[in-house]
Design a protein around this ligand. Structure first.
Ligand code: COA
Length: 349
């Protein structure tokens, strides 16, 4: 029994901010951002648009390409770190927007590492006979935690220049604000009678490092939200970028070596490394550590930034569309995200 990818889709909200646009609202330069991250631009959802909206659009495209009607899906796995509401998570909302009421849906909360977990869950559900056609969605609307206020001014559409206080506040969070962009990807997978699909997984979580990237606000406070908390910027994630960078560069190559050993394949035999895109320099360092040529590690960070749980499904759709992802390929997925959660998976397309 196997698992095949039968359709992929992506959706990026129309508003796009270049690095130069970001220099209108905080102390940074387009060159700094590009040199340190590889990012040139990112998309942002507009006010009132949530991760579930973006996810539903990507899902509809994936279903259309898979030639599958929504009612043929028997399980939905939706990942996000920016849910429309504190609860419930967006999985059921994506299901409703796509037109699959009653289909079981699960929220996956593993942030940038979600795809590896989604794939493992899909494999397990198929191999235990619980599902045969699944829709996997990764969707993010990070715009809500960006540290500036006047979006029109950011896009150069009028508005007013930030006050010195607003400028200072946004600049305090610039390491975070330059990285993330909004978008969604979706993948339809189906049970097959051959041996395609997941070959091996190496997965880890370590909550001792939760402080490396987290939103300080939450249900430990009574009430869980106050005006003071907003003043203290507890809605904006705290990120220790350098530490995260170090963890990613150390843990991801180790995980790839482990997953290849588990599957009995050499790193050379892998056709494509489809990696989470947090910072192009992270993937460059991982590539060097594993001695993998650049052409085997596709990148899409330049135009869309880090789309967290959306990243790998979006990249999969791009690779399918461009013909780079072909049947019979050995693909290694790898990702690390807030939690910490990290790991890799080997998949035969
Ligand atoms: N624009 C201009 N200068 C900036 C800046 C920005 N956006 N952000 C930081 N700087 C400055 C700092 O103030 C510092 O200046 P100083 O040396 O005068 O003190 C200098 O640049 C270096 O800052 P540092 O934070 O050490 O930069 P860095 O090379 O570590 O890059 C990140 C910062 C965030 C880009 C990088 O650490 C990173 O990408 N980490 C991984 C984050 C990640 O993976 N997050 C998501 C997990 S899924």
């Amino acid at each position: 029994m196997g698992l095949a990818i039968i359709g992929t889709g992506r959706f990026l909200p129309p508003d796009r901010a270049t690095n130069q646009d970001l220099t209108r609202v905080m102390d940074t330069t387009a060159e700094w951002i590009e040199q340190r991250t590889g990012i040139q631009a990112r998309h942002f959802a507009s006010d009132g648009v949530g991760a579930s909206d973006l996810g539903a659009e990507a899902a509809k495209e994936a279903l259309r390409k898979a030639r599958i009607a929504p009612e043929q899906v028997d399980y939905l796995l939706v990942a996000t770190m920016t849910p429309d509401h504190h609860f419930p998570g967006p999985a059921a909302m994506v299901g409703a927007k796509v037109g699959m009421p009653g289909v079981p849906s699960l929220d996956v909360r593993q942030q940038c590492a979600a795809w590896i977990y989604q794939l493992q869950l899909a494999h397990a559900l198929v191999h235990t006979g619980q599902a045969s056609t699944l829709l996997l969605v990764g969707c993010e609307a990070h715009a809500g935690f960006m540290p500036w206020q006047d979006w029109d001014y950011l896009y150069g559409r009028g508005g007013s220049a930030p006050s010195p206080e607003a400028w200072e506040r946004a600049s305090r969070h610039r390491g975070l604000a330059i990285l993330f962009g909004d978008g969604a990807g979706a993948v339809v997978v189906k049970r097959t009678d051959d041996d395609r699909g997941l070959l091996a997984v190496d997965l880890h979580s370590d909550g001792r490092h939760v402080d490396l990237l987290f939103v300080p606000g939450g249900f430990t406070h009574r009430p869980y939200w106050t005006k003071e908390m907003l003043d203290e910027e507890k809605h904006i994630p705290r990120m220790m970028g350098k530490e995260l960078f170090r963890h990613a560069v150390a843990k991801l190559p180790e995980s790839v070596r482990t997953v290849c050993a588990k599957a009995g394949v050499s790193i050379d035999q892998v056709d494509l490394f489809v990696a989470h895109q947090a910072n192009d320099r992270i993937n460059g360092a991982v590539r060097t550590a594993l001695r993998v040529p650049a052409e085997k590690v596709p990148s899409n960070i330049a135009q869309i930034g880090n789309t967290s749980a959306g990243t790998i499904p979006i990249l999969l759709d791009e690779l399918t569309e461009s013909g780079r992802l072909k049947p019979g390929m050995l693909v290694c997925f790898l990702a690390l995200g807030a939690g910490l959660h990290w790991g890799s998976a080997l998949f035969r397309t």
